[in-house]
Design a protein around this ligand. Structure first.
Ligand SMILES: Nc1ncnc2c1ncn2[C@@H]1O[C@H](COP(=O)(O)OP(=O)(O)OP(=O)(O)O)[C@@H](O)[C@H]1O
Ligand SMILES: [Mg+2]
Length: 256
């Protein structure tokens, strides 16, 4: 059976003003696996990632053409609600960015916004907090500190919390832009383990500069160069028999 596709782009182009940052990108990202976006600084990884929840549109003079389908729905259709899109497509950033609120409030914040009409009661919220903190491995350590300010946690815990707060919204996709770049080796390993635990249930796309990380966590890699998708391959093939000499040069660290 063909694996399901979670993200499909067709002839995707993006300009910041008159600078073209994405050039005719065509890709199919598979459901339930981790895909890494790799490539030298400025090649468009973050820009591509931010297309998947239409966050680029916040950055001023951006023009996008082409098609992006997420689970078969074109996210540029007029009837697409940005609020619903961003609920379905969660994002984690380089620096953990919890809200300056308690751990508990960080987790229930999204739920409160997205389920205003349902008026969730306290026990439903409590359950969501326990479930999502358990999923990211924080429940045991934090269950007696739920009123602590999230910004006072260690960076690793903050980043896990930033992942945890997406989960009550049942995201179809989780995007991570260099999620470990602010973390030490130990914390990086723990976040990588968490990503591997979440893969399967969730579809994850990460941007990373760390080739060893791409190799450890992802099933597939996409190598980008100057706004173009250069090579999309299984991680094993990308690192052992890349199709293009420039892919090989980049992953061997000869440029970028
Ligand atoms: N808001 C913006 N306005 C204008 N140009 C931008 C903007 N954001 C990014 N760019 C340009 O678009 C290109 C792609 O940038 P992007 O941030 O997507 O690259 P990247 O691959 O994520 O790089 P890095 O590895 O350094 O994070 C770069 O040339 C960058 O200067
Ligand atoms: Mg970037």
């Amino acid at each position: 059976m063909e694996p399901s596709v979670s993200i499909q782009t067709r002839n995707l182009n993006l300009w910041y003003g008159d600078f073209q940052a994405l050039i005719n990108v065509n890709l199919n990202i598979r459901q339930g696996i981790i895909t890494s976006l790799i490539g030298p600084s400025g090649c468009g990884k973050t820009t591509l990632l931010r297309c998947f929840n239409r966050v680029n549109e916040r950055y001023g003079n951006v023009t996008t053409t082409g098609e992006i389908k997420i689970f078969d729905k074109n996210i540029y259709d007029e009837d697409v609600s940005l609020i619903e899109l961003r609920k379905a497509v969660g994002m984690v950033f380089q620096r953990p960015n919890p809200l300056p609120l308690s751990i508990y409030e960080n987790i229930v914040f999204g739920l409160r916004i997205h389920s205003r009409r349902q008026n969730l009661n306290r026990s439903q919220l409590d359950e969501a907090v326990e479930q999502s903190l358990t999923e990211v491995g924080l429940w045991k350590d934090l269950k007696d500190h739920l009123n602590t300010k999230a910004t006072s946690l260690q960076l690793e815990q903050q980043q896990k919390l930033c992942i945890a707060r997406l989960l009550p919204l049942k995201p179809q996709l989780i995007l991570m832009d260099e999620p470990c770049s602010a973390l030490d080796v130990e914390a990086t390993r723990n976040i990588e383990e968490l990503m591997l635990d979440l893969a399967g249930e969730y579809t994850i796309v990460i941007v990373t500069h760390n080739m060893a990380q791409a190799r450890r966590v992802s099933s597939e890699c996409i190598f980008m160069l100057m706004g173009e998708l250069f090579e999309h391959n299984s991680t094993a093939d990308m690192f052992i028999i890349p199709k293009d000499p420039r892919t090989a040069e980049y992953i061997e660290g000869r440029f970028g």
